[in-house]
Structures are given as C-alpha cells and as structure tokens.
Design a protein around this ligand. Structure first.
Ligand code: UD1
Length: 338
C-alpha cells in the first residue's frame, strides 16, 4: 500500500511516516520545507530503516500538484498534513492562510478525482469546537465560529471535503487533534519550531535549556482549579498511531459513513501549571516562569470525549503526561548536544 503523506517532514507528519513504515506501508512525502528540514528524511530512515520517497513542491501550485498525481496515480491513500498552523500569524496574514491551506486541499481533491484515488485522512483540530459548553467535548458538539483564520481554514476544509465526498467516490476521515506534545522515544525526531515557539511545550523545554529566558504563563484567573487554562495534551506517537489506524480503516472498507471525524486526545485535561510541574519532576529542572495576562483568543478549558475514537477506531492514547514531558525534554537535550 502506497500512502502519500503531505507535510511528512513536519512534526506530526514525520512521526506518522515512521509508524506507517513500521507497519509495512510504502510512504511518499510531499513537502515544500516551508516549516521543516530536509534532514528529517534521514532521521525517519534512522528509526525505521527506510528513507521515504520525497518531492519538494508547493501543493497550492495547481499544475505541479496535477503533474505529481499523474506520475503517482497508484497512491492508495493520502494523509494531508501540509498546512500553516500559527494561530497568531493567521490573524495578521489571513490570506496567506486561506491561500495555502485551502488551495492545497482543493488541488489534492481535484487530483484525487482525476486519478481515482479515494482515501483521504485530513489533519483537523479541536479548535473547531471553540469553547465548548459541555466538557468533555464529543464529536457531536456544535462547531463554533472560528477564533482565527487558521481555525477557520480547518472548518472550511472539513466542509470542502464533505461536499466533495457527496459528489464523488472519495471517502474522508478528519482527525481533530487536541494538543500534541512530546517526541519519539529515540529522540531522533520531535518538534522543530522555527524561531520563537508559540506552543507551550517547546517553550518550556527551550526555557529550561537556556534558549529562552523565561516562560510566560498566559493567565491565572481562569475558572479552573489553579486558575490556568486546561488542555488535553496527547503524546505525538499516540497521535501518529491513530493515523495508521484511520488509513487501515479506509483501505479495508471499515468506514460506516463516507465522511467520519474523530477526536484525538487522551480524555484528560491538564492545566498549564500541571504541565510545568510534570516537566520539573521528570527533568529535575526548576523552570523560570512568570504569570502574565491572558493570551488573546485562548479558550479556558477543553478536553476530549474519546469514547467514539476508542470504540470505533479501537485506538486509545497510552502515554501519560510525565512520559510526554520527559520525551519532549530528551528531544530538546539531544537537539542541543552539538
Ligand atoms: C493552538 C490552537 C490549536 C492549534 C494549535 C497549533 C486555539 C484555541 N488552539 O492550541 O487549534 O492546533 O495551537 O499549534 O487556537 N501557553 C502559555 N505560555 C506559552 C504558550 C502557551 O501559558 O508560552 C498556554 C496557552 O495559553 C494555553 C496552553 O499553554 O493555555 C497551550 O497553548 P498552545 O501550546 O499554544 O496550544 P493551544 O493554544 O491550545
């Protein structure tokens, strides 16, 4: 089985390529390296023993995408990760986000139709739920108006996929991620943020290693037990494994509907201070942090109802918060060895 992984040199993509190859899938990556490094291919090879096929081009380029699919019409399924994902940047540069995230999806879907490729796994986000009224949040919770253009691209993408599926043989699974953190246990691949990280975990590890002076904790006046915001952090390898299961479900014709969507989280919510405490415990490092004001656009608390994913996919996240923070720390240390 040949699987195209778009954005395969990125954070979630690279971990998914490893899991796919370890399960015997042939992987071809398309990535324009706009937010990743070509060296990740060697890292994937180091772990899995196989260097995946790779092409460097922009999937928002209609002609290049059509040419690629003409040459690779034997692809059995696609996992589409390639997208911009910085929430704050998307507020300042909305067209960059709409152009990149939506054009690439439209081009891929058109090429799927043209070449008879029917299976698409789409990288979505819990951001589609906004601040849910009921917690934990299940797949039936109403979609709320997106807080950012980035979040809106995820909502619109799901709609584009849904409409396309209705009018074609294409089937789709949207995976709505909560907060992926951590790194592969080998510490050979992990998150590689360019510049100052937006996300909590890389900011914590970069502060501990001395790249950043201090972590700002955004708000301690939320209506939560310790006042800091709560998220459902999920280990990146648990998340990657769910993609392989989704692909298997599609190619083995196990889907119950032509478009399905699943929450990928652990079902546990942890506050920012709990993540910091876990990090301090596993690393033996005291973290330099200070409480500052809330970050615009942040929701107070969100964690997943994972029952549907557990029952239907037969998948359950395995790793604890301590395992997540330790793997993130081991990765940061390895990155800074040289
Ligand atoms: C956000 C998006 C999510 C997206 C993800 C991609 C929203 C609501 N969520 O997740 O859809 O997929 O980014 O990267 O837009 N924090 C600090 N200090 C920091 C950084 C973060 O206190 O320096 C706090 C945040 O306020 C938040 C928590 O840590 O409470 C997690 O933040 P982050 O890692 O940025 O993820 P989200 O904002 O939840």
């Amino acid at each position: 089985m040949k699987i195209l992984v778009t954005g395969g040199t990125g954070y979630i993509g690279s971990h998914t390529c490893v899991e796919l190859q370890q399960k015997g899938y042939e992987v071809i990556i398309v990535d324009n390296l706009s937010n990743s490094n070509i060296k990740v291919l060697d890292a994937i090879e180091k772990i899995s023993g196989i260097k995946p096929a790779f092409e460097n081009f922009d999937l928002a380029d209609t002609q290049k995408t059509a040419d690629f699919f003409k040459r690779n019409s034997d692809i059995d399924g696609i996992i589409h990760f390639a997208a911009f994902k910085a929430v704050g940047e998307s507020v300042n540069l909305p067209l960059k986000y709409y152009y990149n995230n939506l054009f690439s999806l439209v081009n891929i879907l058109q090429s799927m139709k043209d070449n008879g490729i029917d299976n698409l796994v789409f990288s979505s986000s819990c951001t589609v739920y906004g601040q849910p009224e009921k917690l934990p949040v299940s797949e039936n919770a109403p979609i709320q108006k997106a807080e950012s253009p980035y979040g809106n691209t995820k909502q619109i993408s799901e709609e584009i996929i849904f409409d396309t599926i209705k009018s074609s043989n294409i089937k789709g699974i949207a995976l709505r991620y909560f907060n992926p953190i951590g790194a592969h246990e080998s510490a050979i691949i992990g998150e590689l943020p360019l510049g100052v990280p937006n996300c909590l975990m890389p900011f914590i590890t970069q502060t501990a290693i001395g790249i950043r002076q201090q972590l700002s904790v955004f708000g301690d006046d939320y209506n939560t037990p310790d006042g800091t915001a709560i998220r459902d952090y999920i280990h990146i390898v648990d998340l990657a494994k769910a993609h392989v299961i989704a692909v298997e479900r599609m190619v083995n014709q196990k889907m119950k509907k032509t478009f399905e969507y699943f929450n990928l989280g652990t079902g546990n919510g942890y506050s920012v201070l709990e993540v910091i405490k876990s990090f301090e415990k596993v690393s033996g490092q005291k973290l330099n942090y200070q409480i500052v004001g809330r970050r615009a656009g942040d929701v107070e608390q969100v964690w997943a109802d994972t029952n549907f994913a557990n029952d239907e996919l037969g998948w359950k996240a395995q790793k604890s918060l301590d395992e997540m923070t330790l793997s993130a720390w081991n990765w940061e240390k390895k990155l800074n060895e040289n």
